[in-house]
Design a protein around this ligand. Structure first.
Ligand code: UTP
Length: 230
């Protein structure tokens, strides 16, 4: 199966712990050994936020801050590349074409951001669209897509399944609530819809959760199924 895994920065590198990165690399390697073709996109996490906050106070504009964020996502990607060794393309691809080329060579592309004014959520969906992935997994620090931000609203409930159109509606509602964070952003949701991707949003704190979702479609997160009625 062709699988793109989006590993949130706060999942892979909430702090710099080689054991945590190694555990992710081990899961990725075992899935590759089982014959899955994998592409990985890594987020910036708290390190990106710290750099962005500091540079904003120093007067950087939003595009400069995005470029800073992209640099941190690529640093995090390089940690995973270090752990994967020869299995991974040696540097993070900087375009979808480079990621696709690595994928077709049989290397595992491990990348961060691509261009300003978006996040790695959208990069992951775009890579998945580019390589015609069978599955896109968002390994996040929340256990799925909720009706509202569970950190802000105690009545928020988790969706087991959503159609792409329902996902867009739910995310748009959450994003309109100032201060609320959606587990996947709106641009990513729209790409998932137009590409007809199957996607799973799950808690990726334990990397085995990603392996179970890929191997057996077994997960406690939210599944986005393109064929579902809207
Ligand atoms: P993330 O994808 O980690 O952003 O990229 P995020 O969604 O804000 O982080 P989490 O998921 O909550 O941890 C970090 C930052 O890098 C820039 C953006 O500024 C983003 O906030 N970025 C990333 C881009 O501008 N373009 C990209 O393609 C990727």
């Amino acid at each position: 199966m062709k699988v793109v895994v989006s590993v949130g920065g706060s999942v892979l590198a909430p702090d710099l712990d080689p054991e945590r990165v190694r555990a992710y690399a081990d899961v990725i390697e075992s899935l590759a050994d089982e014959g899955h073709q994998l592409g990985i996109v890594v987020g910036g996490g708290p390190t990106a936020r710290d750099y962005i906050t500091t540079a904003r106070e120093l007067g950087a504009n939003e595009i400069q801050l995005d470029e800073l964020g992209i640099s941190v996502t690529r640093l995090n990607a390089q940690l995973l590349i270090a752990a994967l060794g020869d299995r991974a393309a040696p540097t993070p691809p900087e375009t979808y074409e480079e990621a696709g080329a690595a994928f077709h060579r049989g290397d595992i592309p491990v990348m961060g951001g691509v261009a300003a004014a978006q996040t790695t959520d959208a990069v992951s969906a775009a890579v998945a669209e580019y390589v015609n992935a069978d599955l896109l997994v968002y390994a996040t620090s929340v256990p799925g897509v909720f009706s509202a931000d569970p950190n802000e609203d105690p009545d928020a409930t988790r969706f087991d399944e959503l159609s792409p159109a329902e996902l867009v509606d739910v995310i748009a509602d959450i994003e309109m609530d100032a201060g609320s964070n959606a587990p996947v952003d709106l641009l990513a949701a729209k790409i998932i819809g137009r590409a007809g991707l199957r996607a799973i949003v799950l808690d990726g704190t334990e990397p085995e959760a990603v392996a179970r979702a890929v191997r057996a479609d077994d997960h406690d997160g939210t599944e986005i199924r393109p064929g579902d009625p809207e």
